[in-house]
Design a protein. Structure first.
Length: 210
């Protein structure tokens, strides 16, 4: 094989293959880092998961009494901002059943969660990039929750670290109208097996019944 054929093979076949392999490796490395910043997703990474869906603002309305039936609250669609949660000088929007992108910078209420004011547990998470809001709280602190259907106050009753999501959901057991906020307890890149939880009890607001 003469010099020019060797050069043709090198420049026309081998180098493009090397470049393609390098680009593919870089793509998956970046995707892995992105997925690590979303600690509450499963291990299956899909590009479509990171497409931003339209964020909806809930229409505000008021109830006349202090006790309301659950069916009187219109259904809330995914990616709907329903209000905000405040603690001291810190505040984050509240979003219901958000996708991975829209949950950034917000407190995301689980689709299986109770609503604020219902008996049971409001289960809500934030990404560790927003975890300062949770980790600045102490037992006895008051959270002000402002929603499109009413305002509530919650008192922090417990702060814990647990290594099982089932234990996260059980943090509000026995409280009545509870709020459990949680996030990944790992401060570094990647996911951990531990959750940081803040448990609260409702102290004022409308009561929602079945």
């Amino acid at each position: 094989m003469d010099y020019f054929k060797k050069r043709l093979i090198k420049n026309g076949i081998i180098i493009p293959i090397i470049i393609a392999v390098a680009v593919s490796a870089l793509f998956f490395a970046v995707l892995s880092v992105i997925s690590d910043e979303f600690p509450f997703t499963d291990n299956t990474v899909s590009i479509s998961d990171y497409e931003t869906a339209e964020i909806v603002e809930a229409e505000p309305f008021e109830f006349d009494g202090s006790i309301v039936n659950r069916r009187d609250i219109p259904p809330i669609s995914p990616n709907t901002v329903i209000g905000s949660i405040d603690a001291g000088d810190s505040s984050l929007p509240l979003i219901y059943n958000s996708n991975d992108v829209n949950a950034t910078g917000k407190i995301n209420i689980s689709k299986d969660s109770k609503l604020f004011g219902e008996i049971g547990t409001v289960l809500a998470s934030c990404y560790k990039s927003d975890a300062d809001f949770l980790k600045s709280l102490s037992v006895g602190d008051i959270l002000n929750v402002n929603t499109h259907y009413g305002n509530f106050t919650y008192e922090v009753t417990g702060i814990d670290a647990v290594n099982d999501f089932l234990l996260v959901k059980k943090q509000g057991d026995g409280i009545g109208r509870a709020l459990v906020l949680y996030t990944d307890n790992n401060d570094k890149i990647g996911m951990s097996d531990e959750y940081f939880t803040v448990t609260c009890k409702m102290t004022s607001g409308i009561q929602i019944t079945e």
